[in-house]
Design a protein around this ligand. Structure first.
Ligand SMILES: Cc1cc2nc3c(=O)[nH]c(=O)nc-3n(C[C@H](O)[C@H](O)[C@H](O)COP(=O)(O)OP(=O)(O)OC[C@H]3O[C@@H](n4cnc5c(N)ncnc54)[C@H](O)[C@@H]3O)c2cc1C
Length: 380
C-alpha cells in the first residue's frame, strides 16, 4: 500500500491581506441575502454579484493576463473561495466556468476558443454547464451514447444529457460526446465540444423538478445540433483524457466541505454554550472542519506545485460529504424540540435536509471516489 501525504499549506502574507479585503467586501454585500438564500451556497446564482467579483479581479484570478486573468496564486484563489463559501455568497453564476470550463479551454484550445471566450468569463458575462452525465451513464461515464457525426464545417450532435445543472440559464455547455465507435477501447473515440446553448437549433432543455423545488437541474435533448469545427475542444478522440483532467478541477475545491457552513453558523447562534451535549456536538463538528480545511488547503498547494491531486481531492470530497451530510441530523437532534419554525435555523435546516443527500452524488459518487482512493493507494 502506498502512503498518502497531504501537506498543510502555510498561507503567505499576501493571502492573509487578501482575506481581510474579501471579508470587508462580504461584510458590505452579504446583508442583502437572507440566511435561507445563503444556505444555497455555491449553487446560489446572482449575476450582478458575479460582476462585482469580476470587477475586483476575483474571477479567473490565477489565469494569464492575456486572457484577462489576474495571475494571482492558487493559494490566494483558495482564500477568496473559502471566504465566499464560509458566508454562503451567491457565486453560482460563474462557478463552473471559473472552476473548470475556463481552465479546460485555456489548456486545450489556447489559440482559438480561449481568446474569444475566457475574457468574457473573467468579466462575469458567461455561465457554463457540464454536459457529461446521460440517462444510463453517470458513474460509468465511458458508456455515453450521445454522438457527434462529422458534417461539413462541423459536427452534428444527437443524444441526451441529464442532471445538467444550470443548463436552462447557461450560455455554454461543454459536452462530452462520442465522435467515433471503438469496440476495442471504450475510452477511445470521445471528444469535447463547446455548445452555444442559447443559440443551438435542435437543443431542447427541460428542467427537472427535485425535492428542492425550483433548482435548475435539466435534461438536454440534442436533435442534430450543429457545432462548428472550431468548437472542438482539444483533439478529436482525446475526450476521455481531457474529461478526467477536468474532473480533478471539479472535485478539488473547498466547496466539497464548505457547502453547509450556514447550518453550522445557525447552530452556533442558536446554541447555549452551557449546554454540554450541544457544546460537545458542535465542538466535534468544528474539529472536523478544521481537519478538512487543512487537507483542502494542502490540495490547493499540490495543485499550485503541479502535483496530481486525484487521490487527495477524492479523500477531501468523500470526508467533506460525510461531514456535511451528518449536519442536518445533528442539528435536528439538538434543536428540533426548541426550534421556532419561522427561524433562520429552521429554514436553513429545511433546505439542507433536502439538499444534503445529493452531496455524495454530485461530482462523483461516494463509491466511485473510494475506488479512486483505493487505486491511488495501490489497493486495486
Ligand atoms: C446535485 C447534482 C448535480 C449534478 N450536476 C451534474 C452536471 O451539471 N452535469 C453532469 O454531467 N452531471 C451532473 N450530475 C450527475 C452526477 O455526476 C451523477 O449523478 C453521478 O455521477 C452518478 O451517476 P448516476 O446518477 O447515473 O448513478 P449511477 O452511476 O447509476 O450509480 C448508482 C449507484 O451505484 C453506485 N455505483 C455505480 N457504479 C459503481 C461501481 N463501479 N462500484 C461501486 N458502486 C457503483 C453509485 O455509487 C451509486 O450509489 C449531478 C448530480 C447531482 C446529484
Amino acid at each position: 500500500m502506498q502512503d498518502l501525504h497531504i501537506t498543510p499549506a502555510d498561507m503567505p502574507p499576501e493571502c492573509e491581506r487578501l482575506r481581510q479585503e474579501v471579508r470587508a467586501f462580504l461584510a458590505d454585500e452579504m446583508p442583502a441575502y437572507s440566511k435561507a438564500d445563503r444556505a444555497k451556497n455555491w449553487t446560489g446564482k446572482d449575476q450582478a454579484f458575479s460582476k462585482k467579483l469580476a470587477a475586483r479581479g476575483w474571477i479567473g484570478m490565477t489565469w494569464p493576463k492575456k486572457y484577462g486573468g489576474a495571475e494571482r496564486s492558487n493559494l490566494e484563489r483558495y482564500v477568496m473561495l473559502e471566504e465566499m463559501l464560509a458566508v454562503g455568497a451567491p457565486v453560482g453564476f460563474h462557478w463552473v466556468a471559473d472552476r473548470q470550463s475556463g481552465p479546460l479551454l485555456m489548456r486545450h484550445s489556447p489559440e482559438v476558443l480561449a481568446p474569444r471566450i475566457v475574457p468574457r468569463i473573467v468579466r462575469g458575462e458567461l455561465a457554463f454547464c457540464i454536459g457529461m452525465s446521460e440517462p444510463d451513464s453517470g458513474s460509468d461515464l465511458a458508456s455515453i451514447r450521445t454522438k457527434a457525426n462529422k458534417v461539413e464545417g462541423g459536427w452534428s450532435i444527437s443524444g441526451r444529457k441529464v442532471w445538467t445543472s444550470g443548463a436552462d440559464m447557461a450560455d455554454y455547455m461543454i459536452a462530452l460526446v462520442r465522435t467515433r465507435e471503438r469496440a476495442d477501447d471504450r475510452h477511445a473515440g470521445m471528444s469535447q465540444l463547446l455548445v452555444d446553448v442559447k443559440n443551438a437549433k435542435g437543443l431542447e432543455i427541460r428542467t427537472i423538478q427535485t425535492q428542492l423545488g425550483g433548482q435548475s437541474f435539466c435534461e438536454c435533448t440534442f436533435d442534430d445540433v450543429f457545432v462548428p469545427d472550431e468548437h472542438l475542444i482539444g483533439e478529436e478522440g482525446q475526450g476521455w483524457k481531457q474529461v478526467t483532467g477536468e474532473l480533478k478541477f471539479e472535485r478539488s475545491g473547498p466547496e466539497r466541505f464548505l457547502s453547509s457552513s450556514q447550518l453550522l453558523l445557525e447552530m452556533l447562534d442558536a446554541g447555549d454554550p452551557g449546554d454540554l451535549p450541544q457544546a460537545t456536538a458542535i465542538g466535534r463538528i468544528v474539529a472536523q472542519y478544521a481537519s478538512l480545511r487543512q487537507m483542502s488547503q494542502g490540495v490547493a498547494l499540490m495543485m499550485a506545485r503541479g502535483e496530481d491531486p486525484a487521490t487527495a481531492t477524492s479523500v477531501v470530497k468523500d470526508q467533506g460529504a460525510l461531514l456535511e451530510q451528518s449536519l442536518p441530523d445533528i442539528a435536528h437532534d439538538l434543536f428540533a424540540d426548541s426550534m421556532d419554525r419561522a427561524s433562520d435555523l429552521a429554514q436553513v435546516l429545511d433546505y439542507l435536509t433536502l439538499s444534503a443527500p445529493s452531496f455524495s452524488l454530485r461530482g462523483g459518487t461516494r463509491e466511485i471516489l473510494r475506488g479512486i482512493i483505493a487505486r491511488g493507494l495501490g489497493l486495486r
